[in-house]
Design a protein around this ligand. Structure first.
Ligand SMILES: NC(=O)C1=CN([C@@H]2O[C@H](COP(=O)(O)OP(=O)(O)OC[C@H]3O[C@@H](n4cnc5c(N)ncnc54)[C@H](OP(=O)(O)O)[C@@H]3O)[C@@H](O)[C@H]2O)C=CC1
Ligand SMILES: O=C(O)[C@H](O)COP(=O)(O)O
Length: 620
């Protein structure tokens, strides 16, 4: 059943807006210091009446406060039509900028200038620059090859539906094999030149692309919201996080050096051979990101690939394609040479095999689900960097800080409605604390807002009907086998209300499968050993976490857990993005994390100097 925006809003529990923290902060200060209020009014007056209207519009200023504020400002303030000047899509981004400027403690004049420029940017941001306009005709988006935006000669497009009301938001090109051939050919041509481009210049491109992302962050967040249903704040954060990642990759890349080795380390050898070991590009990297971070999990591939001297062919996730295309646009706007960054669109089921088996692919960097296992089998003799699913276990021991653990479970299990590979996917609670932990978790869960991504709801519709149906099937299976639904199961369209299912047992699918939605199984265990044994029975091993106040015990449990990263007293998470991110078993091959990705996306090449006699450089 399709969910209209109105229905979604009705389904909401009282609205909590993350973005209102700025106004709340100001009002909090106001109630404590009237002088601050006067200052705020002055800023509003000096900066732009719109700022005041923002506070009013967000409902964080009462009418009395509003009228008091209005009295400090000109009559134009009273005109609520001014509010319409800032597109809804940009309001959240603007507020974030204003918050940042306030937090930075700028002097009044600088604050005023900053806010003024942010307001005018937000007002204009919906009027796209020509550099982004050329990507599309209305809702029909083109693909990027050899630096040009093109429509496919197939004449076919694929419709993207919004997760929340299942209406068509975009059409993307169904690329042909010939177009894929061209993407690889131009990538190889560009790569040969790029490999000879100084690293500082490569870094410059990454920094410029990061700047473009920041400049258009509010605009680029919009397709993330529409196509994948991420709430506005998270969508915006994803764009900014990607800019930070590109900056970091640029900085890391310029410091990656090879080494010199000498032969006399080997028993019986003289020091007459010196190996100069360098890291060289692999060539063209095929980047395949998933829907849930269509910009960030693509940036985490493109950034390291380019700084290491490679070119890229990106295959967008179909749901999320327009978001990923915007990342391609950021590189084009930043001045990437034609062919260096190519972005093709089309269904994985139609063009996936062709892309991964193409002789032009020198490395495949894939993030997604079990599809990745098939990709790895089909890929042949190319290096792989794979991040696949996770069944991240959260083990809570009897001495754990339950406040901390319950907060982590709710954050870890339900951020972006559980659609993260690193989400907490199963809780193992030791019998002594299980009831107390559950009570705290449920209390926190009840505070999550449920609704539309535009409203910044915590829980929004899952990606599509297929996914919602699958999640529902896992719930029904568990319930039919005796598990306890701690609250009634509720679904409106693709919007599934957050749910903890208690007393989950091994015979239930939910114990093993990854719902990729806001449903979390709770398993009661006798002790840590039982929890570890059950967690390790999973075919996946991405991350895990353990809560205890005994660090020695935490390390012992962490050692036993078969997963790439174990968080101690914190929820699973990929970031910060320079940390290694790696999956054991069916969760992946190789490591991500900026430095690790640069290493994965380059290969070792050595030059051996054979000296006529042993040479020992003297140190004095
Ligand atoms: N470990 C991690 O980081 C993540 C894991 N996941 C896991 O993935 C599951 C589903 O997410 P989803 O994004 O749909 O994952 P998929 O594995 O279905 O898709 C990931 C990417 O692979 C593409 N693809 C599909 N078929 C092929 C193919 N034959 N050859 C090459 N590429 C192909 C997809 O394109 P298209 O969209 O066109 O099908 C998409 O770009 C989740 O339930 C979760 O388990 C998801 C996100 C992150
Ligand atoms: O693929 C995923 O789901 C992400 O890698 C998870 O990233 P996060 O921990 O930052 O949400």
């Amino acid at each position: 059943m399709a969910l209209t925006r109105g229905q979604a809003c009705k389904a909401s529990v009282p609205t909590h807006r993350d973005f209102s923290r700025g106004p709340r902060l100001l009002l909090g200060a106001y109630t404590r210091h009237t002088s601050y209020f006067t200052w705020l009014s002055t800023v509003c007056m000096r900066v732009h009446p719109l700022l005041l209207l923002f506070l009013i519009a967000l409902g964080d200023i009462s009418s009395t406060q509003a009228s008091t504020l209005s009295s400090f400002t000109s009559s134009t303030v009273a005109s609520s039509s001014s509010m319409a000047a800032v597109p809804a899509a940009n309001q959240a981004g603007l507020l974030l900028k204003v918050q940042e400027a306030i937090k930075a403690g700028l002097p009044d004049k600088a604050l005023a200038d900053t806010v003024k420029s942010e307001v005018s940017h937000a007002m204009g941001a919906d009027s796209e620059p020509d550099s982004l306009k050329e990507m599309h005709d209305g809702i029909v988006y083109k693909f990027l090859v050899n630096g040009e935006w093109r429509k496919s000669t197939s004449g076919r497009t694929i419709s993207n539906l919004t997760p929340y009301d299942e209406t068509i938001c975009y059409e993307v090109q169904a690329c042909t094999r010939e177009e894929i051939d061209e993407a690889y050919a131009t990538a190889h041509a560009a790569q040969r030149v790029w490999a000879k481009t100084p690293i500082w210049k490569r870094a410059e491109l990454l920094h410029k692309a990061a700047t473009v992302l920041r400049q258009y962050a509010a605009l680029i967040a919009t397709p993330v919201l529409r196509e994948v249903g991420k709430n506005r704040k998270s969508a915006y954060d994803e764009v900014v996080r990607t800019a930070e990642l590109l900056d970091f990759a640029a900085e890391e890349g310029v410091r990656i050096n090879g080494e010199v080795m000498s032969s006399d380390a080997w028993v019986g050898q003289k020091r007459n051979k010196l190996a100069i070991v360098e890291r060289v590009p692999v060539g063209v990297v095929l980047c395949i990101p998933p829907f849930n971070y269509p910009i960030n999990l693509c940036g985490s591939k493109i950034g390291p690939a380019l700084i290491a001297g490679n070119a890229v062919v990106v295959k967008t996730p179909t749901q999320g394609a327009v978001s990923t295309l915007h990342l391609g646009a950021a590189f084009k706007i930043a001045g990437a040479p034609p062919g260096l960054v190519n972005v093709v669109t089309g269904k994985g089921s139609e063009i996936g095999d062709y892309l991964v088996q193409h002789p032009g692919a020198n490395l495949i960097s894939f993030t997604g689900g079990a599809t990745g296992i098939d990709v790895s089998k089909k890929a042949g003799m190319v290096p792989l960097q794979m991040e696949l699913g996770g069944k991240d276990a959260c083990i809570v021991l009897p001495d754990a800080d339950l406040e901390l653990a319950s907060t982590a479970i709710v954050k870890g299990g339900f951020s972006y409605s559980g659609q993260r590979c690193t989400a907490v996917k199963i809780v193992f609670a030791t019998a002594e604390i299980a009831d107390a932990l559950l009570e705290k978790v449920l209390a926190k869960l009840a505070k999550l807002t449920i609704g539309h991504p535009e409203e910044n709801a915590d829980i929004t519709a899952v990606i599509n009907k297929k996914s919602a149906d699958y999640i529902e099937s896992l719930v029904m299976d568990a319930e039919s086998k005796g598990a306890t639904l701690t609250t009634p199961y509720k679904r409106v369209g693709n919007l599934i209300h957050p749910l903890i299912i208690d007393h989950v047992k091994e015979n239930m699918k939910l114990h093993w499968e990854e719902p990729f939605g806001p449903v979390l199984p709770f398993v009661r265990v006798g002790d840590a050993a039982e929890a570890v044994a059950l967690a390790n029975k999973s075919s996946m091993g991405l991350q895990g976490c353990v809560f205890t106040q005994d660090i020695n015990r935490a390390i012992l449990v962490a050692n036993e857990l078969a997963a790439g990263t174990i968080q101690i007293n914190g929820p699973p998470a990929r970031g910060p993005d320079h940390f290694p991110f790696t999956g054991f078993k069916d969760s992946g091959i190789g490591a991500q994390g900026i430095k690790y990705s640069i290493e994965s996306m380059s290969k070792v090449k050595s030059f051996v100097i054979n000296l006529p006699e042993a040479a020992h450089p003297q140190g004095h």
